[in-house]
Structure formats: structure tokens, C-alpha cells
Design a protein around this ligand. Sequence first.
Ligand code: SF4
Length: 356
Amino acid sequence: MGMDKCKVAFPRFGNYHIPLEFLFTKGLGVEYITPPPSTRRTLELGAKYSPDYVCSPFKFNLGNYIEAIEAGANTLVQTGGTCRLGYYGELQEQILKDLGYNVHFINMSRANYNNPLTFYDEFKKINPNLSLKKVTSSLITMLKMVECIDEIDDFVRQNVGFEVHEGEIEKLHEEYLNSLRTVETKKDVEKITKNYKKKLKDVKVKKPKNLMKVGIVGEYYTIMEPFSNHFIEKELAKKGIVIYRWMNVTNSILHNNGKEQKKTIKPYVKYYMGATSMATIYKTLEWAKEGFDGIVHVKSFGCTPEIDAMPVLQRISNDYKIPILYFSFDSQTSETGIQTRLEAFYDMIMMRKEKR
Ligand code: SF4
């Protein structure tokens, strides 16, 4: 494949396609194809060609790949991961080959997320004439972008339900993400972020005195890709709830506090339980101690590490008298079922709040 024609795509994942686009175009000098946002079709396509036993991130990713190929991509990057996802790359590659797609596959599970430079070897397969200097500086800008996106995201999550004029925050958020697509340097990222932070803070919000706080925990993919969790954060925000979410790329990869997590949850967990389960338990416990009104746990159907975390969450729920709502999403999850359970959860935490 001639390198001038290399068109790379990565599965869709929150808003991280923006820093990825930056890295691939500016740092690696190749074209980047952003897969269209995940929809029902993405999931159906993915589910159709996936084995039954895989968890939904596999199906979503596969659907994203097919849609990216339809959009012109010829080189696909597999994310790697700390659980089964790390082994999925080969299988996805085989499925796409069997479907007759002639694409190049880069499997990032060979790189080490704690050491960004190991990515260099993988990137070389995409563009052998890479300049280490260029890649390094783009990586630094990209990581800054990730941190800024996550920071703005937190602000949005905690304020979007309280706007005086509905839609203002979301509009600014979108504008912010779009303007990130024009940056050249780390300085640009910082400048744009500062500017939008100010704009966002200037939006009129009206928060009631007796604020309801809900923390959202759970499995990596499902929690970060809003389509896969049926936009649950948005649904909660619409009810005027402040939403906290620790799980994002900044906290889980760039500034991981694994040691602190282990120490905090020691009364509940003795051994490492894999993937995101430790973080799930850690944040649930912290927020329970802080007196949050409730916790929402999300995961993909069949996600073993998060299933293992559930009995522990139940113990925390009993010890601290904090309600926890559990959601398990698969390709069959019905919209009305989710709505009904969210309503009931909301009514319950509301009643508890009034009694206090
Ligand atoms: S964390 Fe769970 S849902 Fe995610 S890839 Fe692993 S097993 Fe699947």
C-alpha cells in the first residue's frame, strides 16, 4: 500500500477522535478518517458479524470499522486494552478479511499505554518515514488535548442540567470541540480551552440549594461512549442532577492513581480484579463516603470484571446506605426499559433527599 494513500481509522470513542485525528494527521502525516458517530446501524452491523459471546465494545468497534471502511479507510487501528479487548484485535481482523475487506491492521495491544513511546514502533508500520521529533511533539499536544477535553467534559456534566437557557452549554461544548480541530500546537490547545472555559462559566445556571449528586461508574467503553449507554448522563442531567464521573482517559491512563485506589478499597477488596473494576469500587466508595445521593453502574452485558465488582458495590451500598442502579447494556437493550428504571431511581433518591 502506498503510504500517500494510507487512510487510518480508529473506533469511535467519546470525543477522543479529535486528538486522534490530530496525532495521525500532524504527527504521522497520514490521512485520518473519523468513523461516523455510532448509531443503531453501527451496532447492528457489528453484532451481525460478531460471535455471540463477545461483549458489546467488540461489536461497536467492528461496526465502526465497517463504517470507516465505507468512508474510505484502509488502515484500522485496534485499541488494545487490559481485559478481553486486548485479545480481540486478531479476531476482528479475521472477520473483516472473511468479509472480503482488504485492509491493513495495526494492533495497539502490542504497545504499552504507560509508555507512549512504545507506540512509535507501531506507528512506524503506518508510516516508515516517521520523524521521532514530530511524533513526540504531536503526542504531547495530543495528550494535552485529551486532558483539556476531559476537564471541559467534567464541567459540562456538572452544569448542563441547570442552564437558564436550555442548550447553551451543549452548543458551546460543540463549538469548543470543533475549534480544537484547527489547532497546531499545545499552546493553541491551551488558549482555546481557556477561552471556552470562560465562556462556559459565563453561561447562566441556576442550581437549587438541595443539589442531588449522582456518580457514574463502570466499564471503560460503555461509560465513555454515550451512544452505547443510551446517553444516560444526558438523561440524568435533564432531571437536574449533578453528575460526577471519574472514568476518562486522563484519570484512568494518563494520571492513574492505582496505588491510592488499592489502599482506599482495602477493606472491601484484597486482590486485583481486572480492567476497570478497581476504579469502579474505588469511586463508589469515595462518593458513598462523601454522601452522594446515588450511584449508577453501567457495563456491557457479560463484562466479567464489572460483574465481579457488583457484589462489592452491594456491600458498599448496604454499609453506607447509598442506592445503586445497575445497567447492563447489550444490542437488545430497550429504550423504554431504561427510561422506566431511571424514573424510578430518580423518584427514590428524591424521596430520600426530602426525608433528610
Ligand atoms: S471491560 Fe468488560 S466490556 Fe470492556 S472489553 Fe473488557 S470484558 Fe468487555
